[in-house]
Design a binder for this molecule. Structure first.
Ligand code: NAP
Length: 269
């Protein structure tokens, strides 16, 4: 076992599924005690069963991150179980593809409240406690590479993730003096059940998306989880306010790539 995170306690929002569960597992295998929080008991139960099957000390608590009081109560109960939470992974999110003019105010609000408000409510609650207790800590916000570029069909998510990018830098500056580091990770497409269902269910769209990733494949959950583990560990002790992009090159300009490859074929023959 990698003992990097021995003695640490991590809260992973949305930790019962997909990337959140992968991150929870990676941090747990590195020695941290793990609390997961989300809305649905079925997700939490499955997550807890998986974590415990890996001999990870794990605890689950039901909470909707859109509700600041629920967030505070969830953190109370996780801390009563494990003690001070010094790692927070803001991973919970909602997303679906929709033309902007058809997005209902409810759809907009739901995604923005989960991503932007939820990240702030959790960060505020953990930050407040760590500052009061003079305890160092680390926060990671899971954003998306389209926080900079925007992303057709995801105006709600892209706008909220851009807000979280600004939040990451702001909190990093405000809380550095208390030993709290705040960073973000911007994954490109990673094949989780949730993302595959909501974002590329159509096989043609999936192929198109793949063709648009210079590495020509989706990211793997462990690849993102390992980056999270590095950023929360002491090995990244001087890094704060940064965003690490892990997207196979998708967000880099690559409009000329096909033309260049055609040229490459020509000059070889
Ligand atoms: P996912 O499995 O659908 O994960 C979303 C998680 O958030 C679920 O566990 C869900 O659990 C929880 N959640 C949703 N609304 C919530 C709320 N109001 N309160 C508390 N928990 C809530 O999708 P994923 O692919 O693993 O995505 C995880 C993160 O990675 C997200 O932040 C996403 O934006 C980001 N990301 C993913 C990709 C990708 O391609 N997979 C790419 C870029 C960024 P409940 O339903 O139980 O609440």
């Amino acid at each position: 076992m990698n003992p990097d995170l021995q003695g640490r306690v991590a809260l992973v929002t949305g930790g019962g599924t997909g990337l959140g569960l992968g991150i929870a597992t990676e941090l747990g295998l590195a020695g941290a005690k793990i609390a997961i929080a989300s809305r649905k008991e079925t997700n939490l139960d499955k997550g807890l069963t998986h974590l415990r099957s890996q001999n990870i000390e794990a605890f689950a608590v039901k909470a909707d991150v859109r509700d600041a009081d629920e967030v505070a109560k969830a953190i109370d109960s996780a801390e009563a179980h494990f003690g001070v939470i010094d790692i927070l992974i803001n991973n919970a999110a909602g997303n679906f593809v929709v033309p902007a003019e058809r997005l209902s105010p409810h759809g907009w609000t739901s995604v923005v409240e989960t991503v932007l408000n939820g990240t702030f409510f959790c960060s505020r609650e953990i930050g407040r406690r760590l500052i009061q207790q003079r305890h160092p800590g680390s926060i990671i916000n899971i954003i998306a590479a389209y926080a900079w570029t925007g992303g057709a069909g995801t105006v709600h998510s892209a706008s909220a993730k851009a807000g979280v990018l600004a939040m990451t830098k702001t909190l990093a500056v405000e809380w550095a003096q208390f030993g709290i580091r705040v960073n973000a990770i911007a994954p490109g497409p990673v094949e989780t059940e949730g993302a595959s269902r909501q974002l590329w269910a159509d096989p043609n769209e999936r192929e198109q998306l793949l063709a648009d990733i210079p590495l020509r494949r989706f990211g793997r959950v462990e690849e993102i989880a390992q980056v999270v583990q590095f950023l929360v560990s002491d090995r990244a002790g001087f890094i704060t306010g940064t965003t690490l992009t892990a997207d196979g090159g998708e967000s880099l300009p690559h409009a000329r790539l096909d033309a260049v490859n055609k040229l490459r074929k020509t000059s070889l023959s």
